[in-house]
Ligand binder design. Structure first.
Ligand code: SIN
Ligand code: CO
Length: 393
């Protein structure tokens, strides 16, 4: 398979990633869409699944947005054409969709947002717009005509009377029609408009990066959750001042010291970011195991039968929960493993466990079996299993 159209992942990152669009014909040859339009509609009726319907002309109003969950009869009241159903986080709900992510592991786990699916009958689109995310638009079923190009930002003119940010007076630079298996990569800020040519499903593999606001508020919230956050500024050396209204420069010096000390804590920053970037998007995604395993159960499953090989043959493959996020950070003498917003510090012989667990959704079982002879690691594996982040396939 030639997912990047003849480019190596390094060439793609060097020449296209965050830089310019790329059309890849037959990125996924003979692609069979793992979900049907009916299944998407079914998901959009479920509580806990984020879904939206966008209607281009809704009783005369342009580009109207309706948020799910929907009742099943909502779908019979939709117009013949010119609407779109969007289902967010499809990778969390459909294992075959989650498996597509294995093809994108050349991008760090922490950058992944999710896979969104859109279904549209002929003429359906979400309007011309730009996104803040990097996205791979994989045509999964039917055909979509994409027009794209030109850098847009918050100053780009927008259509009035819609809650969506639809570009007005935008023309695009290039037009292509994508068939099943074709893919279009778009960096953030590039205007695009994809119109369904027939009943059409598109999968958007989206990659996010935190905003400065996310970083500042996220990190300060993290610092404020630490035990010393309730300490007060002290001033045992307070001196008489001419005017009680003056805020003396040394007060600002003290404030600066507090902030500087916190910001210099690079370790804290790494720990916060690992937790932040692996946090589940919603509480419905990581559901604790129904029957919590004792350490012994997991050991049994890993070493099931006489030996591990037998366990693998029997299908005892350990894998990430769809929607679970794994990452790690290597400090000088320990490794922090982050799973679904939780942090685990590994030392010594346990350190190789982090890269092993984070490299892809299916864990290399022979290596894991070797490492998990260690009691503490087996305990960690049990915790991950019980919190719903891993399961036996
Ligand atoms: C769609 O699939 O219709 C929209 C995806 C996008 O433009 O980001
Ligand atoms: Co878009």
């Amino acid at each position: 398979m030639d997912m990047l159209g003849g480019l190596t992942p390094s060439e793609f990152l060097r020449d296209y990633w965050q830089k310019k669009p790329l059309v890849i014909r037959q990125a996924f040859p003979d692609f069979q869409c793992p979900v049907s339009a009916d299944e998407l509609a079914g998901l959009a009726c479920e509580e806990g699944v984020e879904s939206r319907i966008v209607i281009e002309n809704d009783d005369g109003k342009p580009w109207q947005l309706h948020n799910g969950p929907f009742s099943p009869d909502r779908f019979s009241s939709l117009p013949e054409q010119d609407w779109t159903l969007l289902v967010q986080g499809l990778d969390h709900w459909v294992p075959d969709i989650a498996d597509l992510l294995e093809h994108f592991r050349f991008i760090p786990n922490w950058r992944l947002d999710d896979i969104m699916a859109s279904f549209a009958p002929k003429g359906g689109s979400v309007g011309p717009h730009y996104d803040q995310y990097d996205v791979f638009l994989l045509q999964a079923q039917g055909h979509r005509r994409w027009t794209f190009g030109g850098h847009c930002d918050h100053t780009s003119p927008r259509v009035e009377g819609t809650p969506l940010r639809i570009l007005s007076s935008w023309d695009g630079e290039e037009t292509v029609t994508l068939a099943p298996g074709d893919m279009l990569y778009l960096p953030p800020g590039i205007g695009h408009h994809g119109v369904a040519e027939d009943d059409c499903i598109t999968l958007s593999v989206g990659f996010r990066a935190p905003t400065v606001d996310d970083i500042l508020t996220g990190f300060t919230d993290f610092l404020c959750s630490q035990s010393d956050a309730s300490d007060h500024l002290n001033d045992p050396d307070l001196k008489i001042q001419d005017n009680p209204g003056t805020i003396q420069p040394d007060v600002v010096d003290r404030l600066e010291t507090v902030i500087r000390e916190k910001l210099e804590a690079r370790r804290q920053l790494a720990l916060w970011f690992g937790q932040f970037s692996t946090a589940p998007k919603s509480m419905d995604i990581v559901v604790p195991a129904e029957e919590p395993a004792s350490t012994g159960d997991v050991a049994e499953a890993i070493h099931a039968g006489e030996h591990l090989a037998e366990a693998i043959r029997a299908g005892e493959q350990l894998r990430w929960n769809e929607g679970s996020r794994f990452a790690y950070y290597e400090f000088a003498s320990e490794t922090a493993l982050f799973v679904d917003g939780e942090q685990f510090l590994l030392k010594g012989d346990a350190q190789p466990f982090a890269p092993l667990l984070c490299s892809g959704a299916r864990v290399d079982m022979p290596t894991l079996a070797r490492l998990s002879e260690d009691e503490a690691l087996l305990g960690l594996l049990t915790t991950l299993y019980n919190q719903g982040s891993i399961y036996f396939e």
